[in-house]
Design a binder for this molecule. Structure first.
Ligand code: FES
Length: 576
């Protein structure tokens, strides 16, 4: 066995020849584990988010077996353990409310147990940031293994994409363009295999960023869940994590500033989800890197969107993998001087060493730099008297003619208010108006739900309107699209200026100038503020109270204030 550079952490449990050593070894022997498993080999935790309530991660017990095989082959001792799972579509009010809770679960589970290294099994949207945040605060050698996207959705001969076509088909249903039977038939065609959403939504975006950060093995982003090569990757991760323990390659040696800058540029090049902004900010702050919204705007400059994937484009993650996947995108960025080539990765090579020979097999899916899918990419960060701490818009998902626009505000005080009035024929709204939604931020919803892409009011849908400017403190599904200003900070429920907007106010969105301006005099705003009453508390006890008392604003990653930073993995005191 390869010599380790420092004593294994797990030996504080298993290396003892006393009463406590008996306890620690004896109970694990009931699963058939022989004595030699405790002889000083690396103990690898397989952190599993399997749950029937998280269908995107429903294949993770099988995936974990492949990781386990790899760990055993490399001379490690695998121990699989469950953590909170976050099913994006099943959790109410929003899985994001529980991202930070799950991250605490992960961090404390890692620290409390006799582990030397960890493999994170992640898939559905929030499971990736939750596990990476928790693991980052614990800071052991760590590899991320994503579960992989579903196969393409297919309905009546048409390719359909997760979320993206749900949104368009639900609009068609509301407009009476399709029947309920057709709607139900499409549901089964959409999710026809294991895996997470197969558009470039938040899950695929985060899986791509795991690879771009150097935290996953090459090809992690796009291999479909149902493709045997996903299992190969899991097995190789199992082998590699044992070596990483011997090398003491802890997570904070991977998650360096250059890695985050690579991830931000990658986010632009893949046309990724706006949610990644919040998640990357939170992950960076766990390892002490002061990433800011300004970094997203600055680093996104000059980056082209290279992949023609839904929600903005035509193809799906399966096509992306067959075309060469993320290594092609990273190679292209590297050739343009837009990659920190020396950034470390979990396989011990630099990011550039991993991707420099990548080849593209389909230039329709992954375009050449000289003829990009979209020349403009990345996130635009807006500021102004309506968003003093920033707001986010994804220009590539928006209508170009609305990038500079002044319109009359039509205000909804809450999501309930929106649902109650959006289809009212008497709603005073036209396509030039700007829809404003309040109280959907981290504290306001609570959890900052994905409701920022408000449905177009029915009377406008009937006129053929499919997009208009919408502004809120909410997030938006990564599978959604439209001229949608999100993450307004400070949020309305925290007393941000968004709380002061009234029907009829004029608002100017100027994306080229990075500006979001409310045309109301300062004295009038001051008077409105004096009359403003904060919304009532969502809870008087329990996790929701803890969350709303401590959650940071979107521009700081919406983490809980006391979770920022890391404590490492000191061995806790004995439990007897
Ligand atoms: Fe799980 Fe979309 S619902 S990734």
């Amino acid at each position: 066995m390869t010599e380790t550079k420092k004593p294994l952490r797990s030996q504080a449990w298993f290396g003892r020849q006393d009463k406590m050593g008996f306890y620690y070894r004896s109970f694990l022997k009931n699963s058939g584990t022989p004595q030699d498993a405790f002889d000083g080999r690396p103990v690898i935790g397989i952190c599993n988010t399997w749950s029937e309530l998280t269908p995107c991660n429903g294949h993770f017990r099988d995936l974990a077996k492949h990781v386990r095989e790899g760990v055993l082959e490399a001379g490690g001792y695998p121990l699989e353990f469950p953590v909170s799972s976050l099913g994006e579509v099943t959790m109410r009010p929003t899985a994001m409310l529980y991202r930070n809770l799950a991250s605490m679960d992960v961090e404390e589970a890692i620290r409390a147990h006799p582990l030397d290294g960890v493999v994170l099994l992640m898939g559905c949207d929030k499971t990736t940031p939750a596990l990476v945040m928790g693991a980052a605060s614990a800071d052991l050698p760590t590899i991320g293994v994503s579960g992989g996207p579903q196969l393409r959705g297919v309905y009546r001969g048409q390719i359909i994409g997760s979320g993206t076509n749900i949104i368009s088909m639900s609009e068609q249903l509301r407009a009476g363009e399709i029947t309920l039977e057709e709607f139900h038939e499409a549901e089964a065609g959409m999710n026809r295999s294991s895996g997470h959403c197969m558009t470039m939504g938040t899950a695929s975006t985060m899986a791509s960023l795991v690879e771009a950060l150097g935290l996953g093995l090459p090809e992690n982003a796009a291999i479909p869940a149902a493709d045997a090569r996903r299992n190969h990757l899991a097995r190789m991760a199992g082998r590699r994590i044992v070596e990483m323990v011997h090398e003491d390659l802890i997570l904070s040696k991977i998650l360096v500033r250059e890695a985050f800058e690579n991830a931000i540029r990658t986010l632009g090049a893949i046309g990724g989800s706006t949610n990644a902004v919040v998640h990357l900010l939170a992950i960076a702050r766990r390892v002490g890197i002061e990433l800011t919204l300004a970094d997203f705007d600055r680093l996104g400059q000059g980056v082209h969107c290279l992949v023609d994937l839904m929600p903005s484009g035509r193809f799906l993650m399966e096509d992306f993998y067959y075309a060469g996947g993320l290594p092609v995108v990273l190679r292209t960025l590297g050739e343009q001087g837009l990659l920190h080539r020396q950034a470390p990765t979990v396989n011990g090579k630099t990011l550039w060493e991993n991707v420099q020979a990548a080849q593209c097999w389909n230039r329709e899916v992954i375009t050449e730099w000289s003829a990009p899918f979209k020349p403009e990419a990345g996130m635009a960060i807006l500021r102004g008297n309506l968003a003093p701490d920033g707001a986010v818009i994804k220009p590539s998902a928006a209508m170009p003619e609305l990038m500079q626009h002044t319109g009359r505000a039509v205000v909804f005080e809450s999501i309930e208010d929106l649902h109650a009035r959006k289809d009212d024929d008497t709603l005073d709204i036209d396509p030039s108006c700007i829809m404003v939604l309040k109280n959907c931020g981290p504290k306001g919803y609570p959890g900052m739900a994905e409701v920022g892409n408000m449905p177009i009011p029915k009377k406008l849908l009937k006129q053929g309107v499919r997009d208009m400017i919408r502004i809120s403190d909410a997030r938006m599904s990564g599978t959604a699209y439209g001229t949608v200003v999100l993450h307004v900070a400070p949020e309305a429920a925290a007393g941000g200026p968004l709380a002061l907007v009234r029907n009829g106010d004029m608002i100017t969105l100027d994306v080229p100038a990075r500006s979001l301006h409310l045309h109301v005099e300062a004295a009038e705003l001051a008077a409105r503020r004096a009359a403003w009453v904060p919304p009532p508390a969502h809870a008087g006890r329990g996790y929701v109270k803890l969350y709303t008392d401590h959650v940071l604003q979107a521009d700081q990653g919406a983490d809980l204030d006391f979770l920022v930073g890391r404590s490492g993995s000191p061995v806790p005191r004995d439990n007897h």
